[in-house]
Design a protein around this ligand. Structure first.
Ligand code: MN3
Length: 187
């Protein structure tokens, strides 16, 4: 049985950029519901004894088991992509690699924001790394994950409307901007 992993901070810790109300609904209702549904779906199946990563890479993409397993993983990764007082300028090798790939740190932020805005409908924006350690910014639809594209996820931002609508209504760009400048956790 999978359980909801603890949040790495208090529900109000990301205010004012993500309200307690948004995080409360997102974590206790949405994330919990993916955990509950996944447990129900895998009972007495070949997936019952697999790790989350094994389920994500073996269940058919877009199937109910895949969708719920990937959403459990994606949300846990999203909570850990953020911190109170985040969005600090990266340093060292990480900064160097971002500059090499995207021209500058601003170039990284611009491309990430653009990718997040252009994801049509529900999905996720990611910084990921390929097998040759090249950095890539990609978006995925619905529950899909870099794990199914042979990419290693490094950072993610949830751009389903439930991630920002209570605080930002339709202004996804403002949400992503605040994610990058005030919440993003590079560690
Ligand atoms: Mn979500």
């Amino acid at each position: 049985m999978f359980t909801l992993p603890p949040l790495p901070y208090e529900l109000n810790a990301l205010e004012p950029f993500m309200s307690r109300n948004t995080l409360d609904f997102h974590y206790h209702k949405h994330h919990q519901n993916y955990v509950n549904t996944l447990n129900m779906l895998i009972e007495n199946t070949q997936w019952a004894k697999m790790s989350l990563e094994e389920i994500i890479t073996t269940a058919p993409v877009g199937s109910p088991i895949f969708n719920n397993a990937a959403q459990v993983w994606n949300h846990t990764f999203f909570w850990n992509s953020m911190q109170p007082d985040g969005g600090r300028h990266p340093t060292g090798e990480l900064l160097q690699r971002l500059e090499q790939t995207f021209g500058s740190y601003d170039g990284f932020k611009q491309k990430f924001k653009q990718t997040a805005i252009e994801q049509f409908g529900s999905g996720w924006a990611w910084l990921a790394e390929d097998k040759d350690q090249n950095l890539q910014i990609i978006s995925t639809s619905n529950a899909d994950s870099p794990l199914t594209h042979n990419l290693k996820p490094l950072i993610t931002c949830d751009v389903w409307e439930h991630a920002y609508y209570l605080d930002y209504q339709n202004r996804r760009a403002d949400f992503v901007e605040n994610f990058l400048n005030h919440l993003l956790k590079w560690q």
